[in-house]
Structure formats: C-alpha cells, structure tokens
Design a protein around this ligand. Sequence first.
Ligand code: SAM
Length: 242
Amino acid sequence: ETTHDAQSFKFDAIGVIESPYQEKFAIPRQPNLVSAAKGKVVLLGDANNHELVRDIEQFSHLWLLFVFHGTQEQGWKPLVRPPRLGGNVKTGVLATRSTFRPNPIGMSVVKLDKVTTEKKQTILHISGLDLLNGTPIIDIKPYVPYSDAIIDADAGFAQEQPDAALSVVFSEQMQADLIKYQQRDSELGLLIEQVLKQDPRPAYKRGKTDDKVYGMSLYDLNIQWQLITLDTVLVLNITQVT
Ligand code: SAM
C-alpha cells in the first residue's frame, strides 16, 4: 500500500533578492524583458557558503525558485484574469503565471553576471529579473537549454512575447535629473526606458489614452511619467525618496 504522508513541507529561504523594484507596479511581467534590471541573490544561513555555488559560473542563466511574498497573504482563487487576455477573461490559475496560486511559488530564468564572496557573504549578481526587492529564494538551479528550452512548444495565449511598443522620451527636466543620477548608476536611463516600454499600466488601459501622471519607484527613486500619445511615454522627472 502506498502512503501519502508527506503532504506538507517547510522550507527555509536560502537567499534573498536585492532588486531595483520596490513595489509591484511597473515590474516586468516576466524575466528578461528588461535586461538593464540588475539585482543580487544574497545567500543566507547555512546556504551562505561559496561551496554551494562552486562551478555555477559556467552557466550563463539560472532558474530562481522563489516565494511571492508580497502577495502571499492575499490568498488565491481557482480562476484568474491574465493581463495577456486584457484582464477581463478568466483562466485556470494553473494555466497562468499569476502570483495568486495555491502555493505562492514563482520561477524565473535570470542571467548570471558573476559570483562574489566578500567578508564571508556570497552573492550571485544577476540581471533581467522580474522580482520584488526582498523576495525570498527557495532554490537555484542552472538553466540547461537542451532540456529546458523547447523551441517548438505551444504557448497557448502566451505564444508571442508581448510587444514592448511604447516609445519613451525624456523631458528637459528629466534629462537634467538623469545626468545627476547616472553618476552613480550609468544604466538608470536605460532601465527606465526598458521598464516603461512595456506599458506598466493595468492591462485594460492598453492601447488607450490616459492623462494620469504615474509614479514608479526604482531603487530609492520615484520616477514620474505620463502617456502623451497612444504610444509615447514622456518621463517627467526623478525625485529621491527619503
Ligand atoms: N517569472 C515568474 C513566474 O513565472 O513564476 C513570475 C511571473 S509573475 C506574472 C511576475 C510579477 O510578479 C511581476 O510583474 C510582479 O508584479 C510580481 N512579483 C514579483 N516578485 C514578487 C513577490 N516577491 N511577491 C509578489 N509579487 C511579486
């Protein structure tokens, strides 16, 4: 007779994410849409040991398994409304990448830039992430294309990469702000452009005009922007959040 005892599991985080994204709004909906997003996996506890990542730098990309800690407490529903379908059509949660799942576990392939160990702290430097700052990491595995990449797979309603159609222009104020802030991060302008190209507004606003001024936070900065035509974003300014 087979037994099914182990139906509940307890995992400790093996790492925590440092990310430019401080809130859910404006985080890309999948990894690798915003290559200028750079982050870190800071290993924790017993997993903070460089032996665990020996030879990992041979791999250009990694799978990160993580907990959707920011939405975990909101629970889940069997049906969700994927942004892909305009936010109005309901689909089975397990047929989507929604954060509101029975077990709030996410998985993202990210680029591994380098691994460092300083003062006994091992850090994996990554880019292309779609993760909130502070996201707990429960596992890391190498990305193995021969098995993980299925070129002719059918991806149903998510077949195509969503078109990052918006063009992004910087106001004069913004250009002046960028000169100042790019002294500490030369890729800030690129990051802002790549994030806004994706149209972070709620799915139902896609393709619609909008006179609202939006704010999004990256690092300790708040960036204000506005849609000025159907497909042009004007970035207004940067303010530092204290
Ligand atoms: N690539 C992952 C996957 O497929 O499992 C995540 C996809 S999910 C659609 C991506 C969204 O999750 C992001 O746009 C962001 O809003 C949200 N997100 C990222 N990190 C999160 C966290 N720690 N807690 C809650 N939501 C998070």
